[in-house]
Design a protein. Structure first.
Length: 208
């Protein structure tokens, strides 16, 4: 019931990817965590290293662009539960990330994320939250109340990161409207109704 409440509040999920990745996404009909792509490409050296720029990895004959982590500044993080920076970087790499939103577009955080990379002409994917869960019945969403990859110091206080950065619906203390990121720790099958666009406001076209 709690998950249904989140779906009702923000019924769409948005994912930003490089145009280069469309071929792999269409062929596999899946989204993979960065860590899975790195391991498949034999690039385990990237798992725990902050990416200052985009990284190209090659799986077979397919080249995939893994997006940078430039806003992830170690000095702005207050680590919880004994976590380390390297562990946190890997925890990010082991998730697929979405910005929640409505049919009109993603939340403001998602718009700003798009604007950061707009000059690269990226692709946005839009999928119904319900359709994604139906296509992946054994996969559980995790929620975050802030931009996990862009910590900031506020009034001298560092942003907390650790074991409670990503929470299940029954653990998340805020209302569904307070969710900033929806993440999944597994590769995701993309349902047939997933759409693509070059701008958060569309126009939207079928991915397949």
């Amino acid at each position: 019931m709690l998950t249904q409440l989140y779906q009702n509040t923000r019924p769409y999920l948005y994912h930003l990817t490089d145009s280069l990745n469309l071929l792999h996404i269409r062929e596999t009909k899946r989204l993979y965590p960065a860590a899975t792509l790195m391991e498949s490409a034999g690039r385990k050296d990237l798992l725990r290293v902050r990416r200052r720029a985009h990284e190209r990895v090659t799986i077979g004959k397919t080249v995939i662009m893994v997006r940078d982590q430039a806003p992830l500044h170690r000095g702005a993080i207050g680590f919880e539960d004994g976590h380390t920076f390297d562990e946190f970087v890997e925890s990010l790499n082991r998730r697929v990330f979405f910005w929640p939103g409505t049919d009109e577009g993603p939340i403001t955080y998602g718009i700003r994320h798009f604007e950061r990379y707009e000059n690269e002409n990226p692709v946005l994917l839009r999928v119904s939250f319900q359709s994604l869960l139906t296509a992946n019945p054994s996969v559980e969403p995790y929620y975050c109340g802030y931009n996990s990859g862009s910590p900031r110091c506020s009034y001298g206080n560092r942003s907390p990161r650790g074991g409670r950065t990503f929470l299940r619906a029954d653990e998340f203390a805020g209302t569904p409207s307070k969710v900033v990121e929806v993440t999944f720790k597994n590769p995701l099958i993309l349902p047939p109704d997933v759409q693509r666009a070059r701008h958060p406001l569309g126009p939207w076209r079928a991915l397949y």
